[in-house]
Design a protein around this ligand. Structure first.
Ligand code: 26Q
Length: 808
């Protein structure tokens, strides 16, 4: 039910402004109006949230608890208005009150409580879980600083703090009455009582965890879920008695220590650092979450015996893996259960999603750190490890496998192995990725317990990533595919396929893209002062910067084009714009060098008159959710060019496809599924397959050979050494490709091996682009077949195959 008409919304907004800011609409700033909008929608969601909770309790439904160190939410105002079915009313009310809706939406900062794919996936799944009426709660940390803001200064990335809370707080409601106490450090004391051994953790430092709740409304339903973000507080507020005893500073220190836990989101998205503060963050949010869940369960059922029947704990990668020993601790220490019963309940409650096969991203913690900071948890992990080791040993009788599968080994705790032992389900995020887990990375565990291993191919919130951000395309789809049916059933997009021969539809699709490109060009001019040519191909690679994603391969190809233009200024007839957006982890030196290189190349090409109206490179500063929302609708080519076997799924690839961009890509991650639904003729595939990559590495890969043999390639790679007109040279990247550096092999990610094939794919793509009708037809097929990449489909698979919860 729509909660407002335009008129009631106007009235309610006016009242909010008055009550909160003592202002009438004509006096209020855009900021104040943005806050008023958030508060008004928040009130509606609060009421529906209570209804949802009561109904869930009444029906004693099983609940999903989605634990993630990251939720990359982006903006919420337009999204919430959309899901509450009041977006047109809100726009009109704002306009009637003398505001521009677009300006108000722009005021909202992105809630960037995540790095990239894993965090954005969690946000998309929250939307689908609410839409499918699944009683679900997300849990994370209320970071003060989200992912850093990126500035490019003289071609280099500079990181600035992201104080998102100033305005972003508007959606959050603190719930101090539901605070939990989390204990760190201290010592263990064991004693016998009533024939049972008890363990108590004494002299621990306690930190209070206060929930800040954000409501998540579903689409086409009154169901409202919650995202619970924990905020730390010192337990003993500074009091005068401490002060008089001269312990003023100690109290202040404790407060600072507690509050440091949520200071910042770690900006690494693939490299494990083993930092003590990160471990504190993990245990803080995991312990608060498990206490909150178990307390509510006890209040409702009075027993923990049925915990796994009424709850499922889904963990987003290994980052929240401490739920396993934490649930064991609660069951054993707080409710007096024995080990075997507690283990049975735990291993029927927890499910683990893996998001990477990169060895350097697998989490390991020094045993010392665990022992000091979490003595009781360490004790439980040791016991889990010993029992698991015994089980493995009895199954395989193979010391090599015992070592490989060990949880505690060589002074380290291996979180992925803890998850394999303690979960009821383990899933990969695309068909190929799950294959690699089953047959390679987790091969031994899979042979022992094959039923645990499942695939759930990722999906995206198509209401946000298509309908909300691309109104032109949305209206075309409504006209052709049965109105708004596709919003709740993305497979209805398939109906577009039957218009493949309809010239007027193809023209209209082309016109929509053209307008979106112009809108993006305007945006780029306003925000960055660059002039884009809407007549050129918009060829886009936006994602975190990582060597395996091979932004450098894209660069090498652009250099090849540039050199061809030098030889023959008429070599390019179709103007081509290459757009990049990427943040590098602040400590990832090579990634930062690649950003520097893209900026050198941008500058070189911009200053070469030969390239005018032919070739342009643009590095888009500070790539983030809200920038993706203007970029996706304007994109024509989607670069998904990771080394086969390395990208678990990718989700950007799905956003591009839904907005009608064509993919230039390897058979990696979800590109494989994309290829299945599209056929070879509707995308531009190139490069080695995952098994060929492995084989080549086994045989011994020698990139110098390719360098010597392929003249075009050699010239491109040499250009890195020579450098660019800004005087910057890239000898380091040259060395890394040909000889390896810093302990990594020469051309670790096989750029040179795939170079020729990539150039061919780009050439085929540019040729296809010349035939506008053919291109638009391919684009239509891409949109039509993108339905399987809706998060609704993924979440239904989790619900049916892993969580066993009912849904709409
Ligand atoms: C680990 C330890 C210490 C500090 C940071 C981390 C850390 C943080 C974030 C490790 C990994 C991440 C994020 C990983 C990630 O985003 N993976 C991506 O997940 C997507 C959703 O499944 C996939 O589509 C991508 O293929 C995958 O790269």
């Amino acid at each position: 039910m729509r909660p407002f008409t335009t008129e009631t919304l106007e009235k309610t907004l006016t009242e909010k402004l008055m009550l909160n800011f003592s202002k009438t609409p004509d006096e209020a700033t855009d900021q104040e109006m943005m806050k008023a909008c958030a508060l008004v929608l928040r009130d509606v969601m609060a009421i529906r949230g209570v209804e949802t909770r009561k109904k869930t309790n009444r029906e004693q439904r099983k609940r999903v608890h989605y634990l993630s160190m990251e939720f990359l939410m982006g903006r919420s105002l337009m999204k919430n208005a959309y899901n509450l079915d009041v977006l047109p009313q809100l726009k009109e009310a704002l306009s009637n009150l003398g505001f521009k809706a677009g300006d108000i939406f722009e005021m909202e900062p992105d809630a960037a409580l995540g790095n990239g794919g894993l965090g954005r996936l969690a946000a998309c799944y929250l939307d689908s879980m609410a839409t499918l009426d699944i009683p679900a709660t997300g849990y994370s940390i209320c970071y003060d600083l989200g992912l850093f803001k990126q500035k490019i200064v003289e071609g280099e990335q500079v990181e600035l703090p992201d104080h998102w809370k100033d305005l972003g707080m508007s959606w959050l409601v603190p719930k101090p009455e539901e605070a939990q106490e989390v204990r760190f450090g201290g010592t263990l004391r064991e004693f016998w009582d009533n024939g049972r051994l008890h363990t108590v953790n004494e002299n621990a430092t306690t930190v209070l965890a206060v929930p800040c709740d954000m409501k998540i409304p579903g689409f086409g339903t009154d169901h409202v879920n919650t995202l619970r973000l924990w905020e730390p507080r010192a337990t003993s507020p500074m009091d005068m008695s401490l002060f008089s005893r001269g312990e003023y500073l100690k109290a202040a220190e404790e407060e600072a220590m507690a509050e440091s836990i949520s200071k910042v989101l770690y900006p690494d998205d693939s490299h494990e650092e083993g930092k003590s503060l990160r471990l504190k963050q993990q245990y803080f949010f995991v312990s608060a979450t498990m206490q909150s869940i178990t307390t509510k369960h006890m209040a409702m059922y009075g027993t923990m015996k049925n915990f796994h029947e009424k709850n499922v704990i889904q963990i987003n990668d290994t980052h929240p893996a401490l739920v396993i020993p934490e649930l064991m601790r609660i069951l054993i220490d707080d409710t007096g259960m024995n080990w075997d019963d507690a283990w049975a309940i735990t291993t029927q409650s927890v499910a683990y999603t893996n998001h990477t096969v990169l060895a350097e991203a697998l989490e390991r913690w020094p045993q010392k750190l665990m022992e000091q900071r979490l003595p009781r948890i360490w004790q439980i992990i040791k016991e889990i490890s010993a029992r698991w080791q015994k089980k493995v040993d009895e199954y395989y009788h193979d010391p090599g496998k015992t070592q490989y599968m060990a949880i505690v080994w060589d002074g380290q705790v291996r979180m992925a192995n803890l998850c394999l032992a303690g979960s009821m389900a383990v899933n990969g995020v695309s068909a190929l990725h799950t294959d690699i887990l089953r047959n390679d990375v987790f091969r031994d565990a899979c042979q022992m317990e094959p039923w645990k291993f499942k695939n759930v191919t990722n999906g995206i919130d198509h209401r946000r990533w298509l309908s909300e951000i691309n109104p032109g395309l949305d209206s075309l789809i409504r006209d052709l595919a049965g109105g708004d049916e596709y919003l709740s059933d993305a497979m209805a997009l398939q109906k577009l396929d039957s218009y493949a021969g309809d010239k007027s539809v193809l023209d209209r699709l082309g016109e929509i893209k053209r307008q979106n490109k112009e809108a993006f060009a305007l945006h780029a001019k306003k925000t960055r002062g660059v002039i884009l040519d809407p007549n050129s191909i918009f060829d886009v690679q936006v994602k975190r910067l990582h060597e395996y994603k091979r932004q450098l391969l894209n660069v090498l190809h652009i250099i090849a084009l540039y050199q061809r233009l030098q030889d023959d200024p008429n070599a390019i007839t179709q103007p081509h714009t290459f757009l990049f957006g990427a943040k590098a982890a602040p400590g990832y030196v090579v990634a930062k060098r690649i950003i520097r290189l893209i900026n050198s190349l941008e500058d070189q090409i911009a200053h070469d008159p030969i390239c005018k109206d032919k070739l342009q490179v643009v590095f888009l500063e500070n790539y983030r959710v809200s920038l993706a929302e203007v970029l996706m609708p304007a994109s024509e080519v989607s670069q998904q060019i990771s080394t086969a076997g390395k990208e678990a799924s990718g989700t950007g690839n799905m956003k591009f496809m839904m907005n009608g961009a064509l993919t230039v890509g390897t058979l990696d991650g979800a590109n494989v599924e994309m290829n299945q639904v599209l056929g070879e003729e509707n995308m531009f595939l190139f490069g080695l397959h995952a098994d060929e990559v492995q084989q080549l590495k086994r045989e011994g890969y020698v990139p110098q050979r390719l360098y010597t043999q392929n003249e075009t390639l050699r010239r491109c790679v040499d250009a890195l050494r020579t450098g660019f007109r800004d005087g910057v040279t890239y000898e380091d990247l040259y060395q890394r490709l040909l000889f390896g550096s810093g302990g990594s092999a020469a051309d670790e990610y096989l750029l040179l091996a795939d170079f020729a094939s990539y150039c061919q794919a780009e050439q085929d793509m540019a040729a296809a682009y010349m035939d506008r009708e053919r291109w638009n037809r391919m684009s239509l097929h891409n949109i039509a077949r993108s339905g399987i990449f809706a998060a609704d489909r993924s979440v239904k698979e989790y619900a049916d195959n892993i969580w066993h919860v009912s849904h709409r």
